[in-house]
Ligand binder design. Structure first.
Ligand SMILES: [Zn+2]
Length: 86
């Protein structure tokens, strides 16, 4: 049976207790999933990408399939204070 996968990118900052949902990207199949996920993470500069699976194409019942973390995209705000958003 065909499975459908949906990658969700998150912006995460532990210092500000930020856990922000960014974008959703449907995946064609589980083949080369890690490569696809890596591209989405790069696109959104997302330190966390969760992949959900569904047995229907409308993604009504999602189950967490796998979680990917990208250390290179983690926030770098542990040294500076974010106070220059004018
Ligand atoms: Zn941070």
């Amino acid at each position: 049976m065909k499975k459908y996968f949906l990658a969700v990118t998150y912006d995460v900052c532990e210092h500000n207790e930020l856990f922000e949902h960014m974008n959703e990207y449907p995946l064609e199949s589980s083949v080369d999933m890690e490569n696809q996920v890596r591209n989405f993470a790069k696109l959104d500069v997302a330190p966390l990408v969760q992949v959900y699976k569904s047995e229907t194409s409308d993604f009504q019942e999602l189950k967490l399939h796998k979680e990917f973390k990208f250390k290179e995209y983690e926030c770098g705000c542990n040294e500076e204070t974010p106070n220059d958003e004018s």
